[in-house]
Write a protein that binds this ligand. Sequence first.
Ligand code: ADP
Length: 260
Amino acid sequence: RILDVNTMIIPDIRGNQMIVLLYDITEIRRLEKVRTDFVTNASHELRTPVTALKGFSEVLLDGALDNPQLLRQFLEIMYKESRRLEILVNDILDLSRAEQRQVPMKIEKIILNDAVKACFQVIKPQADEKGLKLRLLSNHPTPVVLEGDQSRLEQVLNNLIYNAVNYTDKGGKISVLLEETNEEVIFHVADTGIGIPEENLGRIFERFYRVDKGRSRNSGGTGLGLSIVRYLVQNMNGSISVKSTLGLGSTFTVRLPKSL
Ligand code: ADP
């Protein structure tokens, strides 16, 4: 006799009644795989700077310490690698906090125009170095306002604008366009950069996924930025999407409810 989809009563060989419970473990297996993949990827990413730090400090201790030129050169590499380690560990912590919704939301009134300007200010030196123009555009006559957690929102903006700067070659443009409807605020972060191939678009929000590993690593990327962004946006009950044309540029669009 079937009691429900997962539970049945059947007789055993002696004629006793047995209750059989059936579980679909496909989802559990999938989550286990996501977890082991994450640990494998994270260990691999962490091992690279640790190996470099160990190797260069060994060479220094073995005698290179006495050569002032090598000493400076190796210390500079070690500083860069420890910085990479620091960024990676911070990203892993941010991701795990965002996933577990650990940090309580601090709800306040946010003026989106000001939040974007604050992010531009932080990123301007890097943009100037590459001759990139940063523009803020709005479809709304007055400043766009929403309720939410300011630091989370700024983390989302920072990550998207940082990527736009990072993946746009010299002389390009980065624009943030703001929109507002009755219930939502929408912002688009658009660049005239290298773009993302169609076949990779569906995977860029996965942890550690990079289209071009070399380019991402060289510029200090960890492959975690967009997965952090996606979780933060979800925590704010919003959504994120992307459109991109290879060689022409990418636009990331975030929609957030005006009040939570
Ligand atoms: P990363 O630290 O490598 O930048 P992200 O999670 O932020 O990691 O992004 C994942 C990948 O998506 C990047 O490695 C890059 O290949 C691609 N990507 C993200 N943003 C852009 C963009 N604005 N233009 C082109 N490619 C991008």
